[in-house]
Ligand binder design. Structure first.
Ligand code: PNW
Length: 472
């Protein structure tokens, strides 16, 4: 049975990030980022795993680009390692670092693949963390300088730019729950981090525009949550509001509308008076965007809690006694119904449709991209070395169908980047969680497209979704 088509200009892409795939952490003058430090600190990542070698993309990028071309991808989203380009997080750039990305981009362009460059996917130069990290305002200024350097170097060949990936994770997993680098558990500092990430986005956008051709686009990627109430009880609806502010409004408020939600100030009043927001900051943050990137995996289900329960939380954000939701001690997270991926995240494509429609209302006329969507499954090669991943095919089919439905309902969705091109270092979970459409053998580092990669390649080629049981 054939399905309705996507617009012919729809971009079929895949995404990765620097620390998760590159390896070569000491080459070309690169210095440690907070993820090098964190992953080499005992007890921080599963099995003590780290990205020293990762999937060795730094040395294999030509083959990886050839593989993308074989899969018929239109677009590839990658990130730049800040400390490869500016080892101390300040001052002049290292040419070797910039050259790596220039070669990668040229290889992509030669194969007709559009690069989408993310400036910051969580790997802050350690020196900047030693000076205080994102809770310090200075880090936002450093980011703007770094953005300008990369914009000057690559603005002539990269059209699509993303300032930050998922500032929620940087601020709240990094500085509140501490399950991500730098592993700090300071609720007040995490709110300052969120504001300085917003400021970095705004100043970075302005810096990019000052050095790049006007045709280039600047966006950011949010892991905006779809937050649902456990019941229609008014207290549960307040819980939704609180989490929606802390997950979404704290970023899209200032970025899209030039203001933080008032209810966010109420919820966090016990922790901070927000006096770190200086005059002019909101105007600096509120820069026109060319597009908004949305990363979607699973919805959240919340209720009000009479008192904070003890024991591990059910929010799927990793094991920590410390909450990534500062000020929301009165909110309880529940496991959403339905089937789950290896991450324990429920599979629910209706959340993606809801998210796209929400941002269509929130930012009328703004182009939207899904800059990440995908799932981890326990993939294993069979006797012939083939990797069959019907669950991932079903996940992609369901979520791409939701995207198409949103387009039919009026959402201006321009493209989709599957997370991830290939298996890689899944942060605190190490290498055990496989998100790739391409399987990586961690012994040999050989790449083998899974059946989902072949399925996706067919979708990209035809602009329609093959049936889930079609295997290529
Ligand atoms: C995103 N959460 O991470 C990242 O952008 C990717 O680098 C990552 O590999 C991918 O999704 C899969 O995890 C997230 O706890 C990590 O809500 C954690 C959360 C959300 C996104």
């Amino acid at each position: 049975m054939s399905s309705p088509s996507f617009p012919s200009s729809f971009l079929w892409g895949a995404a990765t990030s620097a620390y998760q795939i590159e390896g070569a952490v000491r080459e070309g003058g690169r210095t440690p980022s907070i993820w090098d430090t964190f992953s080499h600190t005992p007890g921080r990542t599963a099995g003590g795993e780290h990205g020293d070698i990762a999937v060795d993309h730094y040395h294999r990028f030509r083959d990886d680009v050839a593989m993308m071309a074989d899969l018929g991808l239109d677009a590839y989203r990658f990130s730049v390692s800040w400390s490869r380009v500016q080892p101390t997080g300040r001052g002049p750039a290292v040419q070797v670092g910039l050259d790596f990305y220039r070669r990668l981009v040229d290889e992509l362009l030669a194969r007709g693949i559009k690069p989408a460059l993310t400036l910051y996917h969580w790997d802050l130069p350690q020196e900047l963390e030693d000076a205080g990290g994102w809770p310090e305002r200075e880090t936002a200024y450093r980011f703007a300088e770094y953005a300008q350097i990369v914009g000057e170097a690559l603005g002539d060949r990269v059209e699509n730019w993303i300032t930050l990936n998922e500032p929620w994770c940087s601020a709240f997993l990094g500085y509140a729950s501490g399950v991500h680098a730098p592993g700090r558990t300071e609720p007040e500092a995490s709110l300052r981090a969120a504001h300085h990430l917003n400021l970095a986005h705004g100043l970075g956008t302005t810096a990019l525009r000052s050095v790049m051709p006007a045709r280039n686009t600047v966006a950011l990627s949010l892991n905006s949550s779809v937050v649902r109430p456990l019941s229609q009880d008014p207290a549960d609806l307040v819980a939704v509001r609180t989490i929606d502010d802390l997950a979404n409004g704290i970023f899209h408020g200032p970025i899209l509308h030039g203001a933080y939600p008032r209810t966010l100030f109420d919820a966090t009043a016990r922790l901070t008076d927000w006096s770190f927001v200086q005059d002019g900051d909101l105007a600096a943050i509120h820069q026109p965007l060319d597009a908004l990137g949305l990363n979607y995996y699973t919805p959240a289900l919340v209720s009000a809690a009479a008192e904070r329960p003890s024991g591990p939380r059910a929010d799927g954000h990793g094991a920590s006694e410390h909450s990534p939701w500062p000020g929301a001690d009165d909110v309880l997270f529940h496991q959403s119904p339905g089937e789950r991926t290896e991450m324990g995240w429920s599979v629910d494509p209706t959340g993606l449709h809801e998210l796209l429609m929400r941002y269509t209302r929130e930012a009328p006329g703004l182009a939207l991209y899904i800059t990440e969507n995908g799932a981890a499954y326990d993939d294993k090669p069979d006797a012939e070395g083939r990797v069959h991943d019907p669950e991932r095919v079903a996940y992609l089919h369901g979520h791409l169908s939701a995207v198409r439905r949103a387009i039919a309902d009026g959402a201006d969705v321009r493209g989709y980047y599957l997370w991830s091109l290939m298996d890689n270092f899944e942060w605190a979970y190490g290498y055990e969680k496989r998100f790739g459409a391409v399987y990586v053998d961690y012994g040999t580092l050989a790449r083998t497209p899974k059946s989902s990669a072949h399925w996706y390649a067919r979708a990209a080629r035809t602009g329609t979704l093959p049936a889930v049981d079609e295997v290529f």
